[in-house]
Design a protein around this ligand. Structure first.
Ligand SMILES: Nc1ncnc2c1ncn2[C@@H]1O[C@H](COP(=O)(O)OP(=O)(O)OP(=O)(O)O)[C@@H](O)[C@H]1O
Length: 751
């Protein structure tokens, strides 16, 4: 059961421990030395640091040193993490002496940033290629853009090769990320950046020079930073959360430093939300908050989840007061007592909760959020899908700051979502009058890691034909108890020649609808023997449960108390369960992208040994091509990876995952999906599974789709038995009441 310990991640966020005092930074203008020798020299010449020589006029650098020592470590963005780089002739490398005076303003701060030398272009390109990273400029917003729009549309997109982040130590040494954040990373045991972090962090943290953005010859500012909006497509479990959280935290610290040095008295700036992270589900929101708190520890920055009844700022009245139909005072009072103001720097929310909070303004139909500097859309393709599109765009439009930086993240962003996002960004700029000479220039970049929109190749994919709903149940039981249940019906079209794999818990089972998740849960209720924990090992999670019930199930699953979790697509996106052994698609996913995300709950951070099993029936055959194509692409990628690594080193990768998921003959024989079928399937899933008795659906079809191993005859007999028991119980109660009423309650037994 060691695996279950791994699931405990993110359940309890320990309160930030007091960070041990970090020694005050050395005076940078004193020549900077990591070992403090220059500082000692300074002290010997001037007296002790604690007691400067009396009677002497305080020199400027002493004053600056005092100022420097007052800067708390979380804001000490310029402190040197590494000993200063010294050239062979003993002189300092350019850029390792930054005076405190340069911190006087945010602009100065930017100018003060002296970068470490860049890698040669060839080396940069080699590292990016090795890590399968592709960075493209989708749009450069400049003065001539509109005039040359047509010409530009035809021109190929420009690829760039930014300076890659080769280690987390570079975050501080090159990008001046706060020491606190770097310490938090190393305390959590994070050593090497993942692929998406290798390119994503420099793109969001670096100067134009480090990002290698094309610069005008006339631009003299070496450390200029253009405005960048970023679209990132990176595999599931590749560390995207950290890639957007670190730059956000760092950006907010820089803003704080900037406004402090400008003595800008921002109205209640410390309580204002300055970054918004939008995610599609409550579960993902909570996970991001937990992750964010790990990196924000000790920085003074707060990150919180949006909850019902929260208000974003004072001007937004509680919902009750803004509505015309206030029923009575008591009610209004009660509601306003429960409404409270959000006091956090980073707010994480689902689109719906935020939209509710924003539309509760009595004055405007939709309140604006001018303080938001960062907008992050996690699982952006879902957020821009018709289901959430309107809400997401409303939130996006409410962020009215001209310097808003938007980033979109997902493992799957199709070309239609990409162009929609691009258009929203450009329209917003036009509306805010930012399309004219953009200073600094504004770019929309796209970062793609690996093969776009593909499933992780480090797990094994199995597509199993189970003929009917009953066959699926049998196949599932076979997966859970490989030795006890009979094998699923095998037919000539079964793709798996070998017996189906067995699954070690913990694992997730996905169904198409809530009703089916509930039905499957009650069917499997007694499948786990009491000596293994019985029915408490199995749970169901869906959006019809209360928030508390959802959190309880999630906590139980993360703690390893629940072994098998039956759910809908609610948990298919973004959820990070460490040690997850497998995923079962009890019902086929609606799209290829949905398969990528469901399968991505296992095999995270490159972990091997995960299994994704997809069961399909005769009714699914017209729809299964989507999934089969994704599996085939993933297996091709796996085979290529193996070939490459065998070339690179003898032995190569382990041969534990064979490419048995989908065979070519099956791929060729599955029917192609028409555009309309694809669209309908995406929206509604396999239609026959959605029908309920109440819909007046075809009774025979309904029976076919029912999740149960029992025959109709057995069910009828069981129902009769149940009816008889209930009837006899009711009769007994009637007799008891009558007897009790007649003679004072003395029981005389049954007749
Ligand atoms: N550099 C790193 N070193 C080690 N572990 C890391 C690193 N970066 C992230 N992780 C861990 O990898 C796991 C997956 O990260 P994360 O949840 O951010 O993936 P993701 O790319 O957002 O996946 P999804 O597309 O499913 O949302 C997390 O447990 C995270 O803590």
């Amino acid at each position: 059961m060691e695996a279950f310990k791994l699931l405990t991640r993110s359940t309890n966020v320990k309160k930030a421990k007091a960070i041990p005092a970090v020694p005050a930074a050395k005076l940078p203008s004193a020549g900077i030395s990591g070992d403090g020798s220059e500082h000692e020299d300074f002290v010997t010449a001037q007296g002790t640091a604690d007691a400067p020589p009396r009677g002497k006029k305080r020199k400027r650098h002493e004053r600056l040193q005092a100022e420097e020592e007052q800067i708390p470590p979380e804001l000490d963005l310029l402190a040197s993490a590494n000993p200063p780089a010294v050239t062979s002739n003993g002189s300092m490398l350019k850029g390792h002496g930054v005076s405190a005076a340069q911190k006087q303003s945010g602009q100065d701060y930017q100018n003060a940033k002296e970068s470490l030398p860049l890698m040669a272009e060839q080396d940069r390109r080699q590292i990016l290629k090795k890590n399968k990273l592709k960075i493209t400029i989708l749009q450069k917003d400049d003065r001539k853009a509109s005039k040359k729009a047509d010409a530009k549309a035809k021109a190929p997109l420009t690829q760039i090769a930014p300076q890659p982040l080769t280690s987390f130590a570079e975050l501080h040494s090159r990008y001046r990320v706060s020491r606190r954040i770097s310490e938090n990373l190393s305390r959590q045991g994070y050593r090497e950046p993942t692929e998406v972090q290798i390119a994503g962090l420099p793109l969001l943290l670096g100067s134009d020079e480090e990002r290698c953005l094309p610069r005008k010859q006339s631009s003299k500012k070496k450390h200029a930073r253009s405005h960048v909006d970023l679209l990132t497509v990176a595999p599931t479990g590749s560390g995207k959360t950290l890639a957007f959280l670190i730059p956000t935290l760092q950006g907010l610290l820089e803003h704080r430093l900037e406004s402090k040095s400008h003595s800008i008295q921002e109205v209640d700036a410390d309580n204002e939300v300055q970054a918004l992270i939008i995610a599609p589900t409550h579960e993902l929101v909570d996970q991001i908050v937990n992750e964010g708190r790990k990196w924000a520890t000790g920085t003074g920055l707060k990150i919180a989840a949006m909850r019902k009844g929260m208000r974003l700022h004072e001007n937004l009245l509680p919902k009750s007061e803004s509505q015309d139909d206030i029923q009575n005072d008591d009610n209004a009072q009660k509601t306003s007592k429960h409404d409270f103001l959000v006091k956090t720097h980073i707010l994480v929310s689902t689109p719906l909760l935020l939209v509710h909070a924003l539309s509760s303004s009595p004055k405007a139909a939709f309140a604006s959020l001018p303080s938001i500097k960062y907008l992050i859309l996690d699982e952006a393709d879902v957020l821009l899908d018709p289901l959430f599109r309107e809400q997401t765009i409303n939130i996006w439009n409410a962020c009215s700051s001209p310097s808003l930086q938007t980033s979109l993240w997902s493992a799957t962003i199709g070309s239609s979502i990409e162009s929609l996002a691009k258009n929203i960004i450009l329209d917003r700029r036009k509306r805010l009058n930012l399309s004219e000479p953009a200073t600094p220039p504004q770019y929309i970049l796209r970062l793609v890691v690996g093969l776009k929109d593909s499933a992780v190749p480090n797990i094994s994919h199995r597509l199993i034909y189970a003929a009917s709903e009953q066959g699926k149940l049998l196949a599932l039981r076979q997966l859970i108890h490989p030795s006890t249940a009979p094998p699923p019906p095998s037919t000539p079209s079964s793709s798996a020649a070998q017996p189906p794999p067995s699954l070690q818990p913990p694992f997730l089972i996905f169904t198409q609808t809530i009703a089916r998740a509930i039905a499957l849960h009650s069917e499997l209720h007694y499948d786990i023997p009491p000596e293994a924990g019985g029915s408490s090992r199995l749970a169901v999670l869906h959006s019809n449960l209360s928030d508390t019930a959802r959190s309880t199930v999630m906590a139980g699953f993360r703690r390893g108390e629940i072994w098998i979790l039956i759910t809908t697509d609610l948990l298919s996106r973004g959820m990070d369960f460490r040690g997850m052994n497998g995923v079962v698609n009890y019902d086929i996913p609606n799209t290829g992208a949905a398969y990528v995300h469901r399968a991505g709950r296992t095999g995270r951070q490159g972990r091997r040994g995960g299994v994704c099993v997809t069961l399909y029936t005769k009714e699914d055959i017209p729809y299964v091509k989507n999934v089969a194509n994704v599996i085939a692409a993933s297996e091709r990628a796996k085979a290529k990876g193996k070939k490459d690594s065998v070339k690179g080193q003898a032995g190569g990768v382990g041969d534990d995952e064979e490419g048995e998921g989908v065979q070519q003959w099956l791929l060729d024989s599955l029917p192609d999906l028409s555009k309309q079928t694809r669209k309908n399937l995406k929206r509604r899933g396999v239609e026959s599974r959605r029908q309920q008795a109440a819909d007046g659906g075809d009774l025979r079809k309904l029976k076919k789709m029912r999740i149960s191993t029992k025959s109709g005859y057995d069910r009828r007999m069981e129902n009769r038995r149940k009816g008889a028991v209930a009837g006899s119980r009711a009769r007994r109660e009637v007799v008891e009441v009558e007897d009790g009423g007649s003679d004072g309650g003395e029981w005389t037994g049954f007749e």
